[in-house]
Design a protein around this ligand. Structure first.
Ligand code: AMP
Ligand code: ZN
Ligand code: FE
Ligand code: FE
Length: 283
């Protein structure tokens, strides 16, 4: 039983269509998959159709852009109804913030001597409901300014680099409440990832569980060191919440170590998540 519970498609900044992702998941020997595009559920109907044809167990998902004390936090929603009005409105607000910051980033990059046209970036986000920095990175690569997405982030686009422009994200406590009200299961993605991201302290995670209804943490993720994974498993057990695992796959070869199935969710945790998704749906 191998479950990879955090992956992206062309509906956000992944490179595979939902059909191709499902095909690759089967080829990688996965039994279960969650498709979790950034701030949109638009790819799920196609993912569901492809998965049911392929005998792959698919969990609906998305990865919501949230914020805590000025730091970016990604919140995974499993199950639930992305069309629920309050959640749908908030996802719309986040996507508008994504759209609006792209021209500002293009201006910034122009000032830095890397001119780009909006159309060039838009072309890489052609199928996407959520545009993001990886699409800007693709345009920088196409112009020959950088070799790949990783170099684009390392030199220009990462949060502390000169081409970065911030965007709207939902306060984390509100994001958890919206996910729960939509009948979803709320799991903090890559809670302790490196690479400039904030590490949510244990005490904060404990409070999010006790007072705000957080359901779990992503423990096994390519950004986490082995000791961090173990500590997150222990913390989740202590708090009585889910500990999940995933590759955070965005497309073959784009980021070494993030291949499908690179990290997976333990069968007992997967069964627990499935039961929770069903209970919230039926309750
Ligand atoms: P945005 O959604 O516009 O804030 O861009 C952040 C997204 O860019 C993350 O969710 C990752 O999918 C992606 N990303 C972050 N760092 C890198 C990197 N070094 N190489 C490729 N993609 C990255
Ligand atoms: Zn992404
Ligand atoms: Fe993320
Ligand atoms: Fe992700």
């Amino acid at each position: 039983m191998r479950a990879d519970l955090h992956t992206h498609t062309v509906f956000s900044d992944g490179l595979d269509t939902p059909e191709r992702l499902v095909e690759r998941a089967v080829a990688a020997g996965l039994d279960a998959l969650a498709v979790t595009d950034h701030d949109t559920a638009d790819g799920l109907p196609r993912a569901r159709a492809a998965a049911s044809g392929a005998g792959l167990d698919l969990i609906d998902g998305l990865e919501l852009s949230a914020r805590l004390e000025g730091h970016s936090v990604h919140l995974l929603m499993y199950g639930g109804d992305a069309e629920e009005p309050a959640l749908a409105a908030e996802l719309g607000a986040i996507r508008r913030g994504r759209d609006e910051r792209i021209p500002a980033m293009i201006d910034r990059l122009g000032q830095l001597g890397l001119p780009l046209d909006l159309e060039e970036v838009a072309a890489f986000a052609d199928d996407a409901s959520s545009i993001g920095r990886p699409h800007v990175a693709d345009a920088l690569v196409a112009r020959g300014y950088v070799a790949d997405r990783s170099e684009a982030f390392a030199r220009w686009l990462a949060d502390d680099k000169p081409g970065f422009v911030d965007r709207y994200a939902t306060p984390l406590v509100d994001a958890i409440a919206l996910v729960r009200a939509a009948g979803g299961v709320a799991v903090v993605a890559h809670a302790w990832s490196r690479g400039g991201r904030h590490r949510l302290p244990e005490r904060v995670l404990a409070e999010l569980v006790a007072e705000h209804g957080l359901d779990g943490v992503e423990a096994d993720h390519p950004d986490h060191l082995p000791a961090e994974r173990a500590a997150l498993h222990a913390l989740a057990a202590r708090l009585g919440v889910l500990a999940t695992g995933s590759s955070d796959y965005h497309g073959a070869g784009k980021k070494a170590g993030y291949h499908l199935g690179a990290c997976t969710t333990a069968p007992e945790q997967y069964a627990r998540l499935r039961a929770l998704v069903a209970a919230r749906r039926d309750g």
